[in-house]
Design a protein around this ligand. Structure first.
Ligand SMILES: C[C@@H]1N[C@@H](C(=O)NCc2ccccc2)[C@H](O)[C@@H]1O
Length: 450
């Protein structure tokens, strides 16, 4: 491996308490809110086909029209407590809130720019209200921060001249000041979720970003920062020149998921997911596929089964309402989580051979094992292959632990659990399984000679 001054600052998973808590969240909520919620994907009657929070970069949207939207920002329906309660009822254990998206508009009263909520008709500190409300709900708060800032005069995507470099130095100081300001104002913050760090200008700032990361971590012990924050000596983000993870977890799973444990490189990771194909901020007219409750529950359980967290995005509208589609999803996911969260919270990857009916998870503390069934086989026989020296003793429905399900040993280390729900079920269900270590008797299982 090559010597790096600003490569991965640690090898392997963090084992401290704050990171163990992060690893055990299972489900998170993303909130994308800002002045882009006012146009909601339309401008002067024109439909914007891109992601609503990117509308400023659309040729159909005059820049100065966008940059004056904040003068209309007055979300009268905004109720931080209601948002936090809805997230709690859904079963979210953490929330990631946009403090400033690529447009540079600050949802907190930053003293380093005038482009903030303090200078909007709304005036009040939105981040402060959300931090207080989510903390009170027992949901850990993480702050999203975009390095890209289209509003700051010193922001550059690339550095082409001495003048660029000079102005970018101001931008770097501004970025550091805002991040120190956020952690000073909101010290209950558990981590920072960085975005918009792919510009070449930023990937040339290894020394500055490394020092900034160290400064921020010193401000809040245990602070959690993912792999999308800083570059190494050679401009590599996420993984340094030696292939080692830069940051506390892998932050590359955006609107996509790993399929195998190998895909995760043995790292902690989160998957951040939109309800439609690609809308984070509020778009009043979602087109194309809108994910269903079952699809999202499957993603959530799949993430837990591969040692990751699943973070579902909400994009409140310009008045501060959570839209009806998201309200319904939150309620239905919450209903399922109330019954089945034992198979998600504190659970991770179980190294048993994956079967077609769904996903295994295992509780990291108790060792209790779970099968979450998404695909009921027409045979009604759920195949379970256990590792050598393991005996499957009991299987039971999580919501009826007293009644054992019918088990049949069909090969060495292989069983059928004979179960089909009596009535048609439109939600996945969880089976708990109990095993013991067992010596292998000779028995009658002979491997074929081939
Ligand atoms: C978490 C998501 N990441 C942001 C994203 O994809 N940005 C890419 C982008 C880069 C430059 C102009 C517009 C959009 C999205 O807007 C969300 O915030």
């Amino acid at each position: 491996s090559v010597k790096l001054e600003h490569g991965a600052h640690r090898l392997g998973k963090r084992t401290d308490k704050p990171m163990q808590a992060w690893r055990n969240y299972g489900l998170g909520q993303f909130i994308h809110w800002g002045v882009y919620a006012i146009p909601g994907g339309h401008w002067e009657g024109q439909y914007y086909p891109g992601a609503a929070e990117w509308i400023r970069s659309w040729k159909g949207m005059p820049k100065d029209a966008y940059d004056n939207l904040y003068k209309q920002f007055n979300p009268k329906k905004f109720n931080a407590k209601a948002w936090a309660k809805q997230a709690g009822d859904m079963g979210a254990k953490y929330v990631i809130i946009t403090t400033k998206h690529h447009d540079g508009f600050c949802l907190w009263p930053s003293k380093y720019t005038d482009y903030t909520v303090a200078n909007s008709p709304y005036k009040k500190d939105i981040i402060g209200q959300l931090v207080e409300a989510y903390d009170a709900e027992g949901i850990d708060v993480y702050l999203y921060f975009s390095i890209i800032d289209w509003n700051h005069p010193g922001y550059r995507s690339t550095l082409k001249s001495e003048q660029d470099r000079k102005e970018y130095e101001e931008f770097k100081k501004f970025t550091r000041n805002q991040l120190v300001e956020l952690l000073t104002l909101y010290p209950s913050t558990k981590g920072l979720w960085f975005d918009g760090s792919w510009d070449k200008a930023w990937t040339e700032q290894a020394e500055f970003a490394d020092a900034l990361g160290k400064e921020l971590r010193e401000m809040i012990p245990g602070l959690i920062i993912g792999s999308r924050f800083r570059p190494d000596d050679n401009g590599n983000r996420h993984f340094d020149t030696n292939g080692d993870l830069i940051g506390d977890y892998e932050q590359g799973w955006e609107r996509k998921m790993p399929n195998t444990i190998e895909d995760t490189n043995g790292n902690d990771w989160d998957c951040v997911m939109t309800v439609p194909e690609n809308q984070w901020g509020y778009h009043s007219d979602w087109k194309g596929h809108v994910k269903t409750t079952n699809e999202l529950i499957e993603m959530l359980v799949k993430a837990a089964s591969l040692d990751g967290n699943f973070v579902l995005n909400f994009g409140p509208d310009g008045q501060g309402n959570i839209r009806s589609e998201e309200t319904r999803l939150a309620a239905e996911i919450g209903e399922w989580m109330k019954e089945n969260n034992e198979a998600v919270y504190g659970c991770g990857y179980l190294d048993w051979e994956k079967q077609d009916w769904g996903y295994y998870t295992v509780n990291r503390e108790t060792g209790k094992k779970y099968m979450t069934v998404f695909n009921i086989p027409v045979s009604g026989a759920l195949r379970v292959k256990v590792p050598g020296k393991t005996k499957l003793n009991k299987a039971y429905l999580l919501n009826d632990p007293g009644a054992s399900l019918e088990l049949e040993e069909i090969h060495r280390n292989e069983y059928f659990i004979h179960y089909k729900p009596a009535s048609a079920t439109d939600r996945p269900f969880v089976i708990g399984v109990e095993t013991t270590d067992a010596k292998i008797e000779d028995g009658h299982y002979q491997k074929a000679k081939t």
